[in-house]
Design a protein around this ligand. Structure first.
Ligand SMILES: Cc1ncc(C[n+]2csc(CCOP(=O)(O)OP(=O)(O)O)c2C)c(N)n1
Length: 333
């Protein structure tokens, strides 16, 4: 029986065939296990600096990128590991980057906040909050001038949506009908600042009206629902009708960064959102509709864990860069 013949499924889930769902679930597992392993590596002193984990937000990264085509672009954020993996990046090259190895995506010079994989369509994470937004407008202008039919999807947080760059980017993308999809991952906090204290409207998506573009406010932990809306926004961008704003309401289970002591939110709130685990929610729905059995789901998770363990081992075994190359690839004239 094909996916769409199964009874009583939501149209958003029925629209995803079994191979697509399995790929999406695998990517969500890879993101979570990648970040758990990154966190463990950090604790063991294998990673220096800081990093921002997106555990809990996996459906947003995977669902929005699922309908993209291979030649499309994404622009990511300081919390960007999930976007990278969702777009198909290799975890072993990401770990190599984290560990400062020459084999990393940016030869170990960028680290967690500056992973880019231009050939893979990932134009880069960005340590500047909101930094990807104006770049996306430039990418959109380039796509339009070249008439190459691509789409640029740019991620940013709720905090970034209060910056001037957000408003300028949405306005320009709209007046020029650029092929950009703006994706706000609203995880409720900008560092320790609750969005309710920083924004006068209830939803970031409400702001789309001011720029004459569709605004979609979504349950960001619902993979199928996110993918369905992303598909509409991507099609609109590709057909020349212009940009859309998607807001995925979600939650990061971990603190803002490694130095966060979580003093601004309660254990109950975190627990409430953990009960909305996007991975378990999708698995439960797939089981309820008899699309995947428990053993198949378990295997997807175990395979992802094995891939991540192997990726860490690969990266650890890679040679360190030669100190004489310290200044190579860090500045372009
Ligand atoms: C332009 C700029 N201002 C401030 C910072 C410091 N900073 C880093 S992350 C962050 C919060 C961003 O919040 P949000 O956009 O909601 O993303 P989230 O961290 O929640 O994913 C801030 C203020 C920065 N990196 N860049």
């Amino acid at each position: 029986m094909s996916a769409d013949q199964k009874p009583n499924q939501r149209p958003e889930l029925a629209a995803l065939d079994d191979a697509t769902v399995a790929q999406a679930l695998t990517r969500m597992h890879l993101i979570r296990k990648f970040e758990e392993a990154a966190e463990a590596s950090y604790m063991r002193g294998l990673i220096h600096g800081t990093m921002h984990l997106s555990i809990g937000q996996e459906a947003s990264a995977v669902g929005t990128t699922l309908p993209l085509e291979a030649h499309d672009y994404i622009l990511s954020t300081h919390r960007g590991h999930g976007h990278c993996i969702a777009r198909g990046a290799e975890p072993r090259l990401m770990f190599a980057e984290f560990f400062g190895k020459e084999t990393g995506y940016c030869k170990g010079r960028g680290g967690s906040m500056h992973i880019a994989d231009v050939e893979g369509g990932n134009l880069g994470a960005n340590g500047i909050v909101g930094g990807g937004l104006p770049i996306a407008v430039g990418v959109g202008m380039s796509i339009k001038a070249q008439k190459n039919g691509r789409v640029c999807m740019v991620f940013f947080g709720d905090g970034a949506s209060n910056e001037g760059a957000f408003h300028e980017a949405l306005n320009m993308a709209s007046i020029w009908k650029l092929p950009v999809v703006f994706v706000c991952e609203n995880n409720k906090y900008g560092m320790s600042m609750d969005i309710g204290h920083a924004m006068a409207v209830a939803n970031v998506a409400d702001r789309a009206a001011a720029y004459g573009m569709p605004g979609h406010c979504l349950d960001g932990n619902d993979l199928a629902g996110v993918a369905a809306v992303a598909k509409v926004a991507i099609a609109r961008a590709r057909s020349g009708e212009g940009p859309s704003l998607i807001e995925c309401k979600t939650y990061r289970w971990r603190g803002h960064s490694k130095s966060d002591r979580n003093l601004y939110r309660s254990k109950e709130e975190i627990e409430e959102w953990r009960n909305q685990d996007p991975i378990r929610r999708l698995e439960d729905e797939l089981k309820a509709h008899d699309r995947f059995d428990a053993a198949t789901l378990m295997k997807l998770e175990e395979d992802a864990q094995r891939d991540i363990d192997a990726a860490v081992e690969f990266a650890r075994a890679c040679p360190d860069p030669d100190p004489k190359d310290l200044t190579r690839d860090v500045y372009a004239l």
